[in-house]
Design a binder for this molecule. Structure first.
Ligand code: OOG
Ligand code: MG
Length: 262
């Protein structure tokens, strides 16, 4: 760790306040260029601890920047991992209040729900599929707290990988009943197709993203508990939304989910 405990606490409070007040900020590595990976995840963990202390409930985990489309869009080269809490979850078809957000974008995602604990290191696609109860379609609404979505990997990790809202739904499928690589994904905004792809866009196989998450946590002495919901990362580039927009995601075999923005 390069930062002291007080700096980590201060940055966590600053970033969470930006989230709660829908205010943007400059990326934190501008002021703390020596910040390391452990500092970045420690800031994220501190934000989670603050939310849990105020009564939030854990709702799952997320992988981000797992597709080349996303990495290219954001100018980065490696996946990142974050958390979900109940305050981010919205029901299928619900209205999302954009006044509570800075500059939201939507991403098509494939979600996993585990039936067994996953503990890395050493997890691979096989261990993930064996531990998965079912997969679902999901839309993630990301909302970087950084001005104009301009960040580097450490800054975005500290900012809980831009997590803001998510919806999962559609038709749950057992992982052995779908081919997650060839699974077609079509996202529509106001009735027009704005993004399309297939599951293999996510690291060749979406389960590879979950394996990376398990191995990342394993290196920190943690596991992914049974029952956890995991977003495996945007299949395509993220698409900006504004009030009045209606977004529908259709995933082959997994049905559709939608959100309205007000
Ligand atoms: C970081 C979060 C990326 C994904 O699915 O790739 C993410 C960002 O692009 O702001 O959630
Ligand atoms: Mg995402």
């Amino acid at each position: 760790m390069a930062l002291d405990a007080a700096t980590i606490a201060g940055l966590a409070e600053h970033l969470e306040r930006c989230q709660l007040e829908a205010r943007d900020t400059l990326k934190i590595t501008d002021e703390h260029p020596g910040m390391d990976w452990d500092d970045a995840y420690a800031i994220q963990d501190t934000i989670l601890a603050a939310k849990l202390a105020r009564g939030a409930k854990p709702a799952g985990l997320k992988c981000g920047l797992t597709s080349h489309a996303k990495m290219k869009q954001m100018g980065v080269t490696e996946p990142v991992f974050g958390f979900l809490v109940d305050e981010f979850g919205v029901p299928d078809g619900a209205e999302v209040d954009t006044k509570a957000l800075i500059h939201p974008k939507v991403e098509p995602e494939i979600a996993f729900v585990l039936k067994r604990e996953l503990r890395g290191p050493g997890c691979h696609i096989g261990s993930v599929l064996a531990a998965t109860e079912f997969v679902l379609s999901g839309i993630e609404v990301i909302d970087s707290r950084y001005r104009d979505f301009k960040f580097d990997l450490k800054s975005v990790i500290a900012d809980n990988t831009s997590a803001a809202r998510f919806v999962v739904g559609g038709r749950a499928m057992r992982p052995d009943d779908v081919d997650l690589r060839t699974l077609g994904v079509v996202m529509e905004k106001n009735g027009r197709v704005v993004a399309l792809g297939a599951g293999a866009a996510v690291l060749g196989h979406p389960a590879a993203a979950v394996a990376m998450l398990a191995n990342h946590l394993g290196r920190r002495g943690r596991s992914i508990p049974a029952g956890t919901l995991i977003l495996s990362g945007g299949v395509t580039e993220a698409v900006a939304v504004e009030p009045g927009d209606h977004v529908t995601l259709r995933v082959q075999d997994l049905g559709s989910v939608s959100l309205r923005f007000a």
